[in-house]
Design a protein around this ligand. Structure first.
Ligand SMILES: [Zn+2]
Length: 263
């Protein structure tokens, strides 16, 4: 969506540029203060700088309970607009860009109560472009997640797991090939964020976050699978291991019969 606006400002040598039509690609999606969507009134657009072309557009939230200002920065996006020949600008950032906490599934919060808090602190640092702080923060979040998960499935080794190196914990306690591949790569990238010299120079913070996401999904899935036999016991087990009472077996058979009759 191209939105035509009028902008004014200065040239690269500081001389003023009279108002001229430009095109911006979009308004900010939401107000960063109240998080209301598409409820922004544009106030002004300036300065427009020709030499090093960028554009700042000021908005004011239309939500009467908010009314905060928002500063959106755009950079020029050549070629020029086909329709008007006016320069096109692409939204690159907004200010203030207040971080929003990410929520995680109950099974993750239950497994590692501190993981979400540390993760969201790291994410906030990233929003504020404190990338040298965000990286080690994500690494710390990963360590809590994996160690707490290891403790949850090996509670007798809790003390050893807490004191051990993260990679050592992964090698000792996770033999599932796919899971250990994800955990170990996440740990490698995480370590890169804390070491003086990067080993994985083609990988960045986004790759680390992707692997943390994959780790979270693996743990969620494992927790779900581990809970299934309790939530939905196999009726054959009721017969074979003798744990099912006669009433349970009869009730299961009755429900099964009803389901079959419906089909
Ligand atoms: Zn607002």
């Amino acid at each position: 969506m191209a939105i035509p606006i009028i902008a004014s400002g200065s040239d690269s040598d500081g001389s003023p540029v009279k108002e001229q039509p430009v095109v911006i690609d979009r308004y900010p999606d939401e107000c960063p203060s109240c998080r209301r969507t598409m409820d922004l009134n544009r106030v002004d657009a300036k300065p427009f700088k020709r030499g090093n072309e960028w554009l700042e557009v000021y908005f004011r939230c239309a939500n009467q309970k908010c009314l905060h200002f928002v500063l959106a920065t755009y950079i020029v996006n050549l070629p020029l607009s086909h329709r008007s020949n006016a320069p096109c600008f692409t939204l690159v950032s907004i200010f203030p860009d207040s971080p929003q906490d990410r929520s995680f599934a109950p099974s993750i919060v239950e497994t590692s109560p501190q993981f979400a808090s540390i993760y969201n602190q790291a994410a906030a640092a990233e929003v504020y472009r404190l990338l040298d702080v965000a990286g080690p923060g994500f690494r710390k979040a990963l360590e809590f997640l994996i160690k707490d998960y290891a403790i949850s499935i090996h509670p007798n080794d809790a003390d050893a797991i807490r004191k051990d190196q993260l990679m050592s914990v992964i090698k000792k306690h996770f033999t599932d090939t796919r899971m250990s591949i994800v955990f170990s790569r996440a740990a490698w990238l995480g370590n890169d964020e804390t070491h003086y010299e990067r080993r994985w120079i083609d990988h960045d913070l986004n790759h680390l976050k992707q692997l943390i996401d994959a780790s979270v999904h693996f743990i969620e899935m494992e927790k779900l699978v581990a809970q299934l036999p309790e939530d939905m016991p196999d009726p054959e087990d009721l017969w074979s291991d003798g744990t099912g009472t006669l009433l349970e077996v009869v009730e299961f058979s009755r429900q099964n019969l009803v389901e079959n009759l419906r089909i």
